[in-house]
Design a protein. Structure first.
Length: 199
């Protein structure tokens, strides 16, 4: 499914708050019927696919939402974020996202990792160029520059590191210790360690 531009239109378009309509189809350069058919496959009770990035991250489609999970070795999955359309808040900084993506082998795997996790991205000053290039690499023939600009601007937030734990200031983020959705302190520390761009 990852080799189909319609998948990326659904995955990214819904996260940006777009409807499954002709405008979204045109933006990504895919037929409207294929766009809607892909959505039905992703959300069908018998489907609900899961996509993994290396061994540490998973994107799990369910009928009502998409869950972004960190998979620590020998422990329960940690929910980085949930999207019922637009995500509640960011779960990854730009440095973390690119760190994960660029550990993948080959340009297609790197582009897929970047875009699978892009709905969890929230950072100030995200460059558009790498996102646009990733969109073209996975076969998007529509307006990659506009899509990239919207992803980059979707959830601007700032990140800080205290005692080795990265946190952000977005009120909906699981990685904001002051958020109602905050992960427990131990899980936030595990997330920071597993997503450390320097690994």
């Amino acid at each position: 499914m990852l080799d189909r531009p319609a998948f990326w239109a659904v995955h990214l378009g819904l996260a940006l708050g777009d409807g499954l309509d002709a405008a979204l189809a045109a933006l990504f350069g895919v037929p409207l019927g294929l766009l809607r058919g892909t959505y039905l496959r992703l959300t069908d009770d018998d489907g609900q696919p899961e996509f993994t990035v290396a061994a540490a991250l998973a994107i799990r489609y369910r009928r009502q939402d998409v869950r972004y999970l960190l998979l620590p070795p020998d422990d329960e999955p940690i929910v980085l974020g949930v999207a019922e359309g637009v995500p509640d808040g960011p779960g990854l900084s730009w440095a973390e996202l690119t760190g994960v993506a660029f550990r993948q082998a080959g340009p297609v795997s790197r582009a897929r990792a970047l875009l699978l996790l892009a709905p969890m991205l929230g950072d100030a000053g995200v460059p558009r160029g790498p996102l646009a290039q990733a969109l073209r690499t996975v076969g998007v023939t529509g307006d990659a520059d506009t899509v990239a600009a919207r992803i980059a601007a979707a959830q601007p937030t700032t990140w800080r590191t205290v005692d080795g734990v990265r946190s952000c200031d977005h009120p909906g983020s699981t990685r904001n210790p002051d958020s109602a959705r905050a992960l427990p302190a131990q899980q936030r520390a595990s997330v920071s360690a597993l997503l450390d761009p320097g690994r």
